[in-house]
Design a binder for this molecule. Sequence first.
Ligand SMILES: Nc1ncnc2c1ncn2[C@@H]1O[C@H](COP(=O)(O)OP(=O)(O)OP(=O)(O)O)[C@@H](O)[C@H]1O
Ligand SMILES: [Mg+2]
Length: 888
Amino acid sequence: MFMFSSILTGRSASTSAPNKNVPQGESERRLVELCSISVRDALKDLDSKAKEGLSTEEAEKRLDEFGPNELAHAKRLGILADLWERSKSPLVIQLLVIAAISGIMGDMKSALVVGAMILLSVGLSFILDRRSSSAVEALGKRVQSRTLVVRDGKEVEVRISEVVPGDIVLLFAGSVIPADVRLLSAKDFFVSQSALTGESMPVEKTAHTEKGHDTDHSAWELPNACYLGSSVNSGTARAVVINTGMRTLFGSISASLAERAEETSFDKGTRSFTWLMIRFMLVMTSAVFLIVGISKGEWLEALLFSLSIAVGLTPEMLPMIVTVNLAKGALTMAAKKVIIKRLPSIQNFGAIDILCTDKTGTLTQDKVVLEKYVDITGRTDEDVLTYAYLNSYYQTGLRNLIDRAIMDHTELNVEYCRLVDELPFDFQRRRMSVVVDYEGDHVLICKGAVEEIYECCSHYQNGEEVFPLFEMIRNNLFEEVERENREGFRVLAIAYREFPRQKTSFSVEDESKMVLLGFVAFFDPPKAQASEALGLLQQAGVRVKVLTGDNGLVTQRVCTNVGLKADRMLTGAELGRLSGAEFDQVVQDVDVFVKLSPAQKEQIVRSLRGSGHVVGFLGDGINDAPALKAADVGISVDSGVDVAKETADIVLLEKSLLVLEEGIMEGRRVFANIVKYIRMGASSNFGNMFSVLGASYLLPFLPMLPIQILTNNLLYDFSQTGIPTDRVDEELVAKPLKWNIENIKRFMICVGPISSLFDYATFALMWYFFACSAYNAPGATAATKEGLAHLFQTGWFVESLLTQTLIVHIIRTRRIPFFGSSASVPMTLTTLAIMGLGAWLPYSPFAASLSLVPLPAIYWVWIVAFLISYSLITHFVKTWFFNRFGGD
Ligand SMILES: Nc1ncnc2c1ncn2[C@@H]1O[C@H](COP(=O)(O)OP(=O)(O)OP(=O)(O)O)[C@@H](O)[C@H]1O
Ligand SMILES: [Mg+2]
């Protein structure tokens, strides 16, 4: 089985143990040691250079030596390991045990048939799944994060898996830490280690070496080390890689993290279904064993018979149906520009009933353009542009759309200034500052959200003069900004403060008593297709909520433009005043949230999930990462920052709600096909239970021989292999699809007994009409008895196989089968082929070894009549069922 694991979520599919070859304590000690000695010694030890980094050849050599920078469970299994992994499922083990018992007891034929079943279930899922998995994996690589390293003195982007010890890496806001590294230099460098420590506050890391204290620090608390599994919140740094892959601290705990990984609603559903079937099987098998044993006195026969009943009741094709369906779904989605990083998330994708999304790029075109730069009176002002430009040019922490828009607007020569210090952007302050040396003065230039900048200004500038900023003027200024906002412009304020040149180090406290200089306004046009997509999502039963850090007026304008109601809107501050139940209620009722902090985005997602919703979150920024992780399905975009991509379960190649809607529908189709199999399996097993129990009690011989039951089951299994290719009716995917085990049980109880009805009709037919009752006649010889028993058994074998195989066509749709909705061609062909084969077997060369005997011609008239009435009755009961109980 293959699976991408995300280093930031710690979620993974398989739970292999950490690589035993790596002495864990050794690498941990090395990390502590190399972080406690001087930078020079550390580099010498790692045989690397701070400026040039490693040479390409050296890096290749080390890649061979240390292996790729991956966690063990992310690796793809070899063929044998893969087969082994699949064979470990309880369903396969059960079959293996039964095959072994049959073999030991000398029933080689049965052992062979069970063996064939194992081969079909494991082999088919192996071949189909592995083939599409390679394709899915290749797609996943396309959206994998890369990291910037220095090789041969040049900065190059490499895959995270290609990073080796000794590599010099460059880190900035939004990067993921690619390995365990030691910082060489750092500026206002804050990292989020929440995936490792659970601590959500960012931690500052510096390049300082704390000599002498080395023994005090555990490997987890080194102030100058950053660990795989964390990400950069703000600032920049240069670092040297110490440990990679399973040698990292994260690698050492990843096995336990994977075990702790939350079980999705889908896993829970399949598990409870499997257990339901296993419980059934245990009760049935023991009951049948006792009935047959006591009534016929043949305990060995009773054992073989009940074992084959056990096989019949086992949903051995379930794993194959699930994996093949998921893999096929992933490929279909990839064609629609939706890349699935974790296969199981497809199903959750189809279950989403609330989609939370940010604004930029989803509702807007993601083409932020600088439109205006004005002083506080609204006149275009070159100084404002220059200050904004200086701020964007010299800041190193975060390069987002806003800064790119400013830099794209013009090209100014600002080399006459020199950067002194900077206060990087964060989503709490919503502003950032740079301090530049301009003709002997140290000028702090701040840009950010208007309200946040106003709070720190004491004066404003008009022309060359500076005036105190009174409350009244403040309000007037707000009006101007609000007007721009209402037109959909995103406005940032620019302010400055001069300091004497002696002051060289600055902190957030210095962002005070500033002079307001003017505003820059950006336009990000609404997306034309956003309203169409919103309409489709609404139709599909998905409620969309906008969660943005931007202000209310702009958001309102954008929402109105794309046809999203924004009459009730809440700000982060208002949310902060709510508590507990009130918060949960409001979060469900309101659809637009503005001025949110990253933590609040996460809080909203958690609250919605707590109220029983399945929540998807679409976001692309550092500020979205916590919410992406908290959601049932985290969705990001290829152009998003690395943390967002790394945290997400699904990556869109194009940020669009339309693409997303198609993905959701595909997810539902996958789920609908899985449920088809489950409904079929559950109801036919339930029906068989009555038939087998009754028949074993009533008849003087076995109603079907073990080998016949097994062959019947093998053929039935084969007829199911077409399900993943099946078409799905629109109405089946019109609503979010969630597991509803209760409904499946109900379906089983309503539909299952119909098949028993026809089984009993067949029993009666064989017993009375075809005179198998002569078995009990006083003068019957052993040979006559055997002949009659085989006739009876053949009659039931054929009826049972034909009805079970046909029924998928009735159950797969809510419409009138064949006419209202028809199955896919492969599925129609497999079911037809199996029905044909079943009808032919009694006349075939295999008949003797299966103890089947040719059936009289008139039998076929009866069986056709049975099939038609069975289909009709099932169709009516099904229609009644869906009307009464709904279809999910
Ligand atoms: N480069 C920047 N320089 C200064 N201020 C900025 C910058 N980027 C963002 N801001 C401020 O921070 C606020 C929140 O950022 P942003 O709009 O990116 O949040 P968001 O939640 O990601 O929004 P969206 O939903 O549009 O993606 C902005 O409205 C703006 O005032
Ligand atoms: Mg954003």
